[in-house]
Design a protein around this ligand. Structure first.
Ligand SMILES: *[C@@H]1O[C@H](CO)[C@@H](O)[C@H](O)[C@H]1NC(C)=O
Ligand SMILES: *[C@@H]1O[C@H](CO)[C@@H](O)[C@H](O)[C@H]1NC(C)=O
Ligand SMILES: *[C@@H]1O[C@H](CO)[C@@H](O)[C@H](O)[C@H]1NC(C)=O
Ligand SMILES: *[C@@H]1O[C@H](CO)[C@@H](O)[C@H](O)[C@H]1NC(C)=O
Ligand SMILES: *[C@@H]1O[C@H](CO)[C@@H](O)[C@H](O)[C@H]1NC(C)=O
Ligand SMILES: [Ca+2]
Length: 951
């Protein structure tokens, strides 16, 4: 509830799915969250760009993800930044879906302590996850805690008390302030003449915090004399004292304070983001927000004996990618490596340091001789859970998957993460080279062997790549390098997909695609054996596979089963006809700023409204609502949205409603039964040529395939925290809309933690069943470990399946909520009128207290000097700092192991003209110069009052 309550009303009154669009100009949770993220990110970008010695050009408000990413020198990150903002907003409003009735999530019913705990423990979890680069988990928790934080300002009387700044104690140790005793009356009934003046004067005068009470059903347990939250759904508001105090919208009982409260919520949200920024540092903050350089580079490598040359090829490609991309906009944002063989897989290496990645790849050795199939899917699963969603993953193997019982899990993860999986297969179908150590002089020799890549495994690899939007390249070892180069080249972050289709079995077919003016480097990928094509350009010129030298194809390359054609870019509608009787796939890609995101929404059907982004398969045979966000093109709009069956290109059309800000809702009467992708057609005014400004058509397709299911699986969205040594019960429920029988349950996790769950659940058509998965992390598991739990439900006969994927974080309960502090030892300055001729220096002792977790990082802001730190006895750190008098201020930011941020500011700015060249030495306990005492007081007051004073 909270700002979103307005949504419920809109839904109730109009029956419209009015996400994001409110009649009137009230601000909702999404807008509050987005403004704060854009403003804080822009601050960080300014610091980062200026620190790199470049000129910072701030965008013109109102800010957008595109304009902020652009100002941040990371235009190619627009899409992932938008995606991150959407995700955090969705998790924020998801609280209304999952926790509508729990008062603590909304600061109702005076649940101050529990509400604050949600925020502070959430913040610890965000920092722990961020430290281990588990950005997805960090974003989720961030979105959720922001909901409660924002509701504080709508549901409490903080604004009515006349406060003008956020309550920084919501994220810091210490009491929120005086709170009303349960027995203390706080409101009177509202009357017609003045409905806004219902909070009792003594409560406001004594600055006693209170909140409204909320109940959906009559029969209130509201204590006597307490305020109501108010609003149409609140049944307490008709019980004396009647009325309400919420500021959710301008039409709320205290709607006259809506703007004030919403702005305070924005400021409070920025305070949380700033706290995270200080705890993790600027680069990690930007990564958390999805502002990266290029896409991550993620390799999953078979290390069995026969893979020696493959590993050498991977090494070469890695070096070439690192050498050509580091320092450019396409520099990989992270490097991930997962080796596998048999019986092992892992460990997962995840680093942002290209040299560390090179070392990890260089240390791989191909060993072991057994001719057994390997744990390729276990390795892939580990990569899917460890890499950021939307990664391009490359799997290198020459062997059959031994663990194809994990196929369902891996497909679930591919669908859920929207990562793209490419297979580089060097063992040919039905063949497997003997791992003969003495057979080194003929690397290419292949022999018939029973443990070769089986037809089944080959299909597993082909299907997985097709589902994810990747390719499965079968090639010889000698062509491997060329093959990897082709696919990694096309994994730049500006890559968009115009068209993809597959035919299996192969049959002749014709395909059309529209190329718009923003598309560069147009490339066609065709996989399959003996596929011929005819290409027709918008101007009617044609060229076929018979002669690759011609007007349309600027270059072509054929490696293994993949043919790539680089086209001379021509705007308009193209056509390609493919002829083959073998299975084939077609992809048309280009580089462009215009792309889209899409998510199926689950809209709550009750009176409460709210929606949740569907993170598993949509329901077969039912209505569906797809949210489409067009990214990158300021003026680009979606006009048509289709679901396209990959194997037939059959389309299901939708009715499209524009929601503003690049968002559209597409409503489908039904969903196709096979695998399908989303096709968006639209109009764009973007233009590369200055002369043409007319709207031109564009088309984009999603790369990941989606499929519907008659089985619905949902798991309670718990806080996602797993305490070491304590078993966590995860309840889930299954609804069967298809034929009945015994449904098989399979729960797996990527960290090998102990699980227990029912192996089957009986379900007739139209019935529902509940189950429970118990998961335990052993005592001693590292805090911040990310655990991905997948629960799959398979219909009888394996004809249908659905799943839920839950991300849990192992977290040792945080007991240190106190920020590190500073003690000034000395401050000496020698500043004269000519500041460049003189220096000042500072000596500070920093500690995290006796029971603290200890100091993790010390950084300096706002100063231009040099610093030195050294360890003292008793876990204290001595910080020495000296700077030119032209740089008279410095802020020391000290972060402890669990992310509590302490900040101390010092200055030698002269406040009175009398202070001059005398050298002063300050000791905290002795009389000292004016500035030194001032500095000390400043430091202390910051520790007491929290962060807001330091910014
Ligand atoms: C490999 O070497 C061993 C002993 O050195 C020999 O017995 C065996 O026949 C060789 N295998 C092949 C395939 O050459
Ligand atoms: C594809 O187009 C060509 C010429 O435009 C036509 O001859 C052929 O029949 C078409 N094939 C299919 C399968 O529609
Ligand atoms: C895309 O095209 C530009 C200019 O034609 C070229 O410089 C760039 O290298 C191309 N990118 C790729 C990935 O081929
Ligand atoms: C291929 O087409 C080009 C341009 O149309 C032409 O110059 C060339 O002679 C053709 N080559 C063959 C082998 O037909
Ligand atoms: C589709 O949605 C409409 C309301 O929007 C509903 O009346 C109808 O029953 C739904 N159809 C199906 C098949 O669920
Ligand atoms: Ca501490």
């Amino acid at each position: 509830m909270g700002w979103l309550a307005a949504l419920c009303l809109v839904l109730l009154q109009t029956g419209a799915h009015g996400f994001d669009i409110f009649g009137g100009d009230s601000l909702n949770h999404q807008e509050i969250t987005e403004s704060a993220i854009l403003e804080t990110t822009l601050d960080v970008c300014r610091a980062v760009v200026q620190a790199a010695g470049k000129k910072f050009s701030p965008p013109i408000p109102p800010y957008t993800a595109e304009s902020v990413a652009h100002a941040c020198d990371a235009a190619k990150s627009s899409k992932s930044f938008s995606q991150t903002i959407e995700y955090i907003k969705d998790k924020n409003v998801g609280i209304d879906f999952w926790y509508f009735f729990t008062a603590r999530h909304h600061f109702d019913n005076e649940e101050f302590t529990k509400g604050k705990k949600l925020i502070t423990s959430g913040l610890s979890s965000v920092k722990a996850n961020n430290k281990r680069q588990n950005f997805e988990a960090a974003r989720k928790t961030l979105g959720r805690l922001l909901h409660s934080l924002q509701d504080f300002y709508s549901h409490s009387n903080w604004v009515e008390m006349g406060e003008t700044n956020p309550n920084s104690k919501l994220i810091k140790p210490g009491s929120l302030g005086k709170t009303a005793a349960k027995s203390r009356a706080t409101c009177r009934s509202w009357n017609r003449d003045d409905c806004t003046n219902n909070i009792l004067e003594d409560i406001l005068r004594e600055k006693i915090l209170t909140t409204g009470y909320f109940e959906l059903l009559p029969g209130s347990s509201k204590p006597n004399g307490k305020c109501c939250r108010g609003g149409q759904l609140d049944k307490t508001s008709s019980i004396d004292p009647t009325g309400g105090i919420n500021k959710d919208t301008k039409d709320s009982q205290h709607g006259h304070l809506h703007v004030k409260a919403a702005n305070m919520a924005i400021a409070a949200t920025k305070q949380v983001l700033e706290d995270i920024r200080l705890a993790v540092g600027d680069p990690a903050f930007l990564q958390l927000m999805g502002i990266n350089k290029g896409k991550p580079l993620c390799f999953v490598i078979d290390t069995m004996g026969s893979m020696g040359d493959d590993i050498a090829a991977v090494r070469e490609v890695t070096n070439s990618i690192i050498n050509s991309r580091v320092g450019t906009e396409d520099e990989p944002s992270a490097y991930i490596l997962v080796p596998f063989n048999d019986p092992d897989f892992g460990p997962l290496t995840r680093t942002t340091d290209p040299e560390a990645f090179k070392r990890a790849i260089n240390s791989l050795t191909a060993t072991g001789g057994g001719d057994l199939p390997e744990l390729s899917l276990s390795g892939l699963r580990f990569a899917l859970t460890g890499a950021p969603p939307g990664s391009d993953i490359f799997v290198f193997t020459d062997a059959t998957a031994k663990d194809d019982h994990l196929l369902g899990t891996v497909i679930s993860l591919v669908e859920q993460t929207k990562s793209v999986v490419n297979f580089m297969i060097t063992g040919s179908l039905g063949l497997r080279r003997r791992r003969a150590i003495n057979n080194t002089n003929n690397q290419q020799q292949q022999q018939q062997h029973p443990k070769a890549i089986t037809k089944v495994s080959s299909k597993v690899y082909a299907d997985l790549s097709q589902t994810s939007g990747g390719v499965a390249i079968q090639t010889t070892k000698s062509q491997l390098l060329a093959a990897i180069t082709i696919v990694t080249e096309s994994s730049s972050s500006a890559q968009v997909l115009l068209l993809q289709a597959a035919r299996s079995p192969g049959k002749p077919d014709n395909f059309t695609f529209t190329v718009d003016e923003t598309v560069k480097n147009l490339t066609i990928f065709i996989t399959g054996r003996s596929v011929t094509f005819t290409l027709i350009s918008p101007s009617g010129v044609s060229q076929s596979s018979v002669n690759l030298t011609g007007p349309l194809i600027s270059s072509s390359q054929s490696v293994g089963n993949v043919e790539t054609l680089k086209l001379t870019t021509q705007v308009g509608q193209w056509e390609i006809g493919l002829v083959s009787t073998n299975p084939y796939t077609l992809k048309v890609k280009g580089e462009s700023s215009i792309d889209f995101l899409s998510d199926f929404l689950e809209v709550s059907e009750g009176p409460l409204g709210g929606f949740e982004v569907l993170e598993n398969r949509p329901r077969a045979g039912a209505n569906a609502t797809l949210r489409v966000t067009v990214t990158g093109g300021v003026s680009a709009i979606a006009t048509e949205v289709f679901l396209v069956v990959s194997l037939t290109s059959e389309r299901v059309n939708s009715s499209v409603e524009a929601l503003g800000k690049g968002k559209f809702l597409a409503r489908f009467d039904s969903i196709p039964s096979g695998e399908f992708v989303v096709l968006v057609k639209g109009q764009s005014n973007e233009s590369s040529t200055r002369s043409s400004r007319a709207a031109t058509p564009f088309q984009r397709q999603s790369s990941n395939s989606i499929r519907a299911s008659a089985v619905t699986v949902s798991a309670e969205d718990l806080d996602g925290v797993l305490e070491p040594g304590v078993s966590l019960s995860v309840p889930f429920s299954v609804f069967n809309n298809g034929s009945g029988g015994s449904f098989t349950i399979q729960a797996t996790n990527d960290q090998g933690l102990a699980l227990s769950f029912p192996s089957t659940l009986p379900l007739i058509n139209g019935s529902m069943a509940n189950g429970m998965v118990n998961i335990t992390a052993p005592a001693g598991t590292a805090s911040g470990t990310d655990v991905t739990l997948t629960i799959e439900v398979n219909a009888p006969g394996g004809t249908d399946a659905n799943y839920v994927v839950l991300r849990l974080t192992v977290l040792v309960p945080v007991t240190d909520f106190t920020e590190p502090g500073c003690q000034l030892l000395s401050l000496q300055s020698n500043c004269s009128a000519d500041c460049s001729a003189s220096m000042w220096e500072l000596s500070v002792e920093v500690t995290d207290g006796v029971n603290g977790t200890g100091i993790d990082t010390i950084s300096f802001r706002g100063g231009n000097g040099t610093s030195n730190t050294s360890l003292l006895a008793g876990n204290a750190t001595l910080v020495s700092y000296n700077a030119s008098c032209c740089s008279p201020d410095v802020e020391i930011v000290v972060v402890d192991q669990v992310g509590n941020v302490g900040s101390c500011s010092y200055t030698v700015r002269t406040t009175t003209p009398t202070v001059n060249t005398t050298t002063t030495t300050a000791q905290p306990t002795t009389a000292a110069s004016a500035q030194a005492v001032q500095s000390l007081l400043l430091c202390l007051s910051i520790t007491i009052l929290g962060l807001s004073l330091t910014i």
